[in-house]
Design a protein around this ligand. Structure first.
Ligand SMILES: *Cc1c(COP(=O)(O)O)cnc(C)c1O
Length: 423
């Protein structure tokens, strides 16, 4: 811990730069704050307009239904779909479950093989694990060192039993954007359905289900400055018409694919969030790329032995995943505890495990633990990026002064030739 090794990295007597308020939120892949304009759109539906969208015989129901249909249009427009192809869910975890289990069940006669990849979100991986237990065969494609899948691997994995390919649009840890259009094209050539978890891509970069050859797509409200607990699943209706077997039974809402009373305020919020993204995505992406590249350049200029993870040519605007080699990850996070970012470690049970995504790229445990995911978003400012980079440079430098490994590397000792005592 920073305290116990005698340096004080959390306290600073310097006044905060103008416009910076602590703590700073820079973890926009985990969730995003609600845009005030989204809240404004939702408010009437949290108060006076409370009808059940399924009530067909009075104005309370009609009002709610028309708000839901407007949201359906807003979402569809953002991804190049039609309103009828949008199914509301409780979030992307449910969307992923519904897509994968719903297709697996519906197309079971045709085959039992599903292809996904090792760096998917747990909502896809755990769903596939569950299907494996009930007799489905799952292929987990490896990631290349830059985080992208190899299309040749996908081609080789397909066989006459393959019914579904599920590959995420953009990765939530390392920000890489997969070759979605080519994957979709290949799937369509082979008559295999293509699902994509597009939570991190929708609203951030252009997504078009027709041009991208996507059959089923998951998205979530709270990753695009909308409310938590609401999401959607796009289900293609033509060329091909995708069928999905309902996973939650009761009442046959959402064209029989997802029963349950609709979360009207949440859905209105999701729609409003999509419309804002549609209008502002281009400018926002340009601004985030500038901030991100500025952050990266500043860190790289001041610190040696850093490395950027994930292909930067196919990358989300607001993502930067960087390793600060020879720094202990926990001390690093402790030192920047007034900044909300994610580390390359995941708390599973009682121990800190290195991120499975970074491991899949071939990073060693130490390097993975020393990694930070910066998630820049709509409300981050240049002043915040300056504060964050200055603080990191300070903390990493101080920690390295105390790092025997770093000392040895600087003295030119080849660490790989050292025989470490067993421990
Ligand atoms: C956040 C996230 C999810 C889960 O979405 P929820 O709406 O929180 O259930 C799924 N996939 C990816 C890539 C995510 O980033």
């Amino acid at each position: 811990m920073a305290e116990s090794i005698g340096i004080n990295v959390t306290q600073s007597n310097e006044p905060l730069p103008a416009g910076v308020k602590l703590p700073i939120y820079m973890d926009n892949h985990a969730t995003t704050p609600l845009d005030p304009r989204v809240l404004e759109a939702m408010m009437p539906y949290l108060t006076g307009i409370f009808g059940n969208a399924a009530s067909r015989n009075h104005s309370f129901g009609w009002e709610a239904e028309s708000a839901v249909e407007k949201a359906r249009e807003q979402i569809a427009k953002l991804i190049g779909a039609t309103a009828k192809e949008i199914i509301f869910t409780s979030g992307a975890t449910e969307s992923n479950n519904l897509a994968i289990k719903g297709i697996a069940e519906m197309y079971r006669e045709r085959g039992n093989h599903i292809i996904t990849q090792v760096t998917e979100h747990k909502a896809v991986l755990d769903t596939c694990k569950r299907l494996e237990k009930s007799g489905y065969r799952i292929t987990y494609l490896p990631a290349q060192a830059d985080g992208l899948i190899d299309i040749e691997d996908l081609k080789r994995a397909m066989d006459d039993q393959t019914i579904l390919v599920s590959i995420m649009y953009a990765n939530n840890e390392i920000g890489v954007i997969q070759p979605i259009r080519e994957i979709g094209k290949l799937c369509h050539e082979k008559g295999v359905l293509f699902h994509t978890d597009a939570v991190q891509a929708v609203g951030k970069i252009p997504v078009n289900v027709i041009a991208d050859n996507i059959d089923v797509l998951s998205l979530s409200g709270h990753k695009i400055y909308g409310p938590k607990g609401v999401g959607a699943l796009y289900v293609r209706r033509r060329n091909p018409r995708v069928q999905i077997s309902e996973q939650i039974n009761g009442g046959g809402h959402e064209r029989g694919m997802r029963s349950g009373t609709l979360n009207v305020p949440g859905i209105v919020g999701l729609g409003a969030a999509c419309e804002i993204c549609q209008n502002e995505m281009e400018a926002e992406a340009a601004r985030e790329i500038e901030l991100r590249d500025y952050l990266r350049a500043k860190l790289e200029k001041a610190l040696d032995y850093t490395q950027v993870n994930g292909n930067m040519d196919h990358h989300l605007p607001g993502n930067l995943n960087m390793s600060f080699v020879y720094v202990e990850g926990e001390s690093l996070l402790m030192g920047i505890n007034d900044i909300a970012v994610s580390s390359g470690s995941a708390c599973t049970s009682a121990t800190l495990e290195p991120s499975y995504v970074l491991k899949a790229l071939g990073l060693g445990d130490d390097v993975a633990h020393s990694s930070i995911r910066f998630g820049l978003g709509r409300f981050n400012t240049k002043a915040e990026v300056d504060y964050v980079s200055d603080k990191l440079i300070d903390v990493v430098s101080k920690l390295r002064e105390l790092s025997p490994l770093y000392e040895m590397v600087k003295e030119g000792i080849d660490l790989s030739k050292i025989e470490w005592a067993a421990h």
